[in-house]
Design a protein around this ligand. Structure first.
Ligand SMILES: Cc1cc2nc3c(=O)[nH]c(=O)nc-3n(C[C@H](O)[C@H](O)[C@H](O)COP(=O)(O)OP(=O)(O)OC[C@H]3O[C@@H](n4cnc5c(N)ncnc54)[C@H](O)[C@@H]3O)c2cc1C
Length: 303
């Protein structure tokens, strides 16, 4: 069975793994340069930052077998990738035939399924296609495929402004992770405090509080960086030396607010399906664990 998976985040990788374990020949597609989606690591002048998913909830490792060997970190014993968060998706994704930097913009169904990317390149001959991308993008891709995929268009996401800070001066605070309950900052993480990163220079990843991100979503990234940096200095007592050391990243789609109440969406002939963190149940969904569960469950249903 030839399987195409669009999206190499946790949902797509879980789906790939499950198909491969059942004899599927998997080909991955992603618009980005690397694997992992929001399980992201950014490398820039300021160094390396895990600027997306900061770590896995300990509950996730009960479900996601590939997390079990990862070290634990922080006050709530999250699992983290080493030497960076995207090391795990890189290792998992590297096992499959992959087309990176390839944005798929249509799926055609016929005797076999065909994908087309934004440059007009065609990828033909698939028996199954799994769409494992965030809901707003999935809604566009699946609009032509009928009522079974309609639910995806109702999912909305919370944004997250994330500040990457290097070149800080002063004595680091006694903590590596802080979750203030008021002010612009929702979560501050000392990157050097994570396992196997102690040799790296002092660096911080600072996530804005959810409502602050909503209120400031359309502002200039430089102004947001200044505001979050001032709040960081007040919180930690550290000072930043140079404005080039602070970079703000706007995540428009951080986590789903209203996941669909289904583990995945599937066409009647079971050849085209969709999964992601936007799938869930009455009580679950909208996080990294849900993404993995959804991807594996979709593959199971399509096999
Ligand atoms: C800042 C931040 C903080 C977070 N904190 C937490 C947390 O504390 N706990 C938690 O559980 N979760 C958290 N999350 C959410 C978690 O990271 C996601 O739920 C999970 O990683 C989603 O996985 P996914 O596979 O569903 O989607 P994604 O990781 O978004 O993967 C989708 C992939 O599809 C690709 N793609 C999209 N469109 C196309 C296309 N047309 N063609 C080809 N490729 C395409 C993208 O490039 C991407 O690689 C956080 C996320 C962010 C950004």
């Amino acid at each position: 069975m030839r399987v195409a998976i669009i999206g190499t985040g946790l949902a797509g990788l879980a789906c790939a793994r499950h198909f491969a374990q059942h004899g599927g020949m998997v080909t991955l597609f992603d618009k980005s340069r690397g694997y992992g989606g929001r399980m992201a690591t950014r490398r820039g002048d300021g160094g390396v930052f895990d600027h997306g998913l900061p770590g896995f909830d300990p509950l996730a490792s009960e479900i996601v077998d590939v997390l079990r060997d990862l070290p634990e970190w922080g006050p709530d014993w999250r699992k983290v990738g080493v030497p960076s968060m995207n090391a795990l998706p890189r290792a998992l994704g590297g096992e499959y035939d992959s087309h990176l930097e390839t944005r798929i913009n249509s799926v055609a169904t016929g005797d076999a399924l065909t994908l087309t990317d934004i440059s007009g390149n065609r990828f033909e001959g698939f028996d199954r296609v799994a769409v494992a991308i965030p809901a707003p993008q999935a809604a566009e891709l699946l609009a032509a495929h009928g009522a079974r995929f309609e639910a995806v268009s109702g999912v909305t996401y919370a944004p997250d402004w994330t500040l990457m800070l290097s070149g800080v001066e002063g004595l680091p605070p006694a903590w590596d992770v802080c979750t203030p309950t008021s002010g612009p900052i929702g979560l501050a993480i000392r990157e050097a405090g994570k396992p196997d990163r102690s040799a790296i220079p002092e660096r911080w990843t600072v996530h804005a509080a959810r409502q602050w991100s909503v209120n400031n979503l359309e502002r200039d990234a430089g102004d947001v960086a200044d505001d979050l940096c001032s709040a960081f200095e007040a919180l930690t007592g550290l000072t930043t030396t140079d404005s080039t050391n602070k970079v703000a990243h706007r995540w428009r789609f951080s986590q789903p607010e209203n996941p669909v109440k289904a583990p995945f969406l599937l066409s009647a002939d079971r050849r085209l399906g969709a999964c992601g963190d936007w799938c869930g149940s009455e009580r679950e969904g909208g996080d990294a664990r849900a993404a993995w569960i959804s991807g594996a469950a979709l593959a199971e249903a399509m096999c």
